[in-house]
Design a protein around this ligand. Structure first.
Ligand SMILES: C[S@@+](CC[C@H](N)C(=O)[O-])C[C@H]1O[C@@H](n2cnc3c(N)ncnc32)[C@H](O)[C@@H]1O
Length: 215
């Protein structure tokens, strides 16, 4: 995620970050951003290692919401997880399907806030750089919790991008929203690791691993 992509100014006439038109228009060049396309082996390895530490050790059912072109989805699939990915933008879905071809992952077109999947079927809800764009994050988190099996977890990778008019959701605010739902929340700060971004960054970037009780 770049500050430019996230800024309301850059959305311009193509629409807001909540619109299909905006993301359809962004799809073709989306992977040019180092942390989006993960084309650089060092950046890909850095995300792969972090993702491995956030996901369960054995093969699990992972739901990647707002999957974009499927870069993170692909890492999860290659780590042996059974992945279902969902995105609102047909152009993103097209790219993700191409990227994930042959991995067994399925990619569905749909709204991350109400994904077209059954409740209670997933061990992990994985979301990177999407929650902050959704209209009612508290309600969305409640809905995502219902998609998990007992003992499941959410891996929420978010941030606050930009200096002058930052966009996104701060870790404290996200933890406050998740607290009434979850047994345990761990926030891992990510801004200090340039290997993830391909450059030094100074805004807030983090992963929140939100764990739910087993019963
Ligand atoms: C910043 S990109 C992140 C993509 C991917 N998670 C990643 O980290 O590479 C945001 C993605 O969320 C999708 N998106 C935005 N709002 C959505 C919604 N309500 N439902 C599903 N996807 C949505 C966009 O189409 C876009 O692909």
């Amino acid at each position: 995620m770049s500050a430019e992509t996230g800024s309301t100014g850059s959305a311009g006439s193509t629409g807001s970050t909540g619109s299909t038109e905006y993301w359809d228009a962004a799809a073709e060049r989306f992977d040019d951003e180092p942390d989006h396309g993960l084309r650089n082996p060092g950046i890909r390895a850095a995300w792969d290692e972090r993702l491995r530490s956030w996901l369960p050790g054995g093969a699990s059912d992972v739901l990647d919401l707002g999957c974009g072109t499927g870069s993170l989805t692909l890492l999860a699939a290659r780590q042996g997880h059974r992945v279902t990915a969902v995105d609102l933008s047909p152009r993103m879905v097209e790219q993700a399907r191409r990227k994930l071809d042959g991995t067994g992952a399925r990619v569905l077109e749909g709204d991350a806030a109400e994904p077209p999947v059954e409740a209670g079927q997933f061990d992990v809800v994985l979301v990177r750089h999407v929650l902050w764009t959704l209209r009612d994050p508290a309600e969305v988190l409640r809905h995502w919790a219902r998609l998990l099996r007992p003992g499941g977890r959410m891996v929420l990778i978010e941030g606050r991008w930009g200096d002058i008019s930052p966009v996104g959701i701060a870790a404290d605010a996200l933890a406050e929203l998740a607290a009434p739902l979850a047994g345990h929340i761990r926030v891992e700060q990510l801004a200090h690791d340039p290997a993830l971004w391909g450059k030094a960054v100074h805004d807030e970037r983090y992963a929140a691993v939100v764990r739910f009780a087993s019963v």
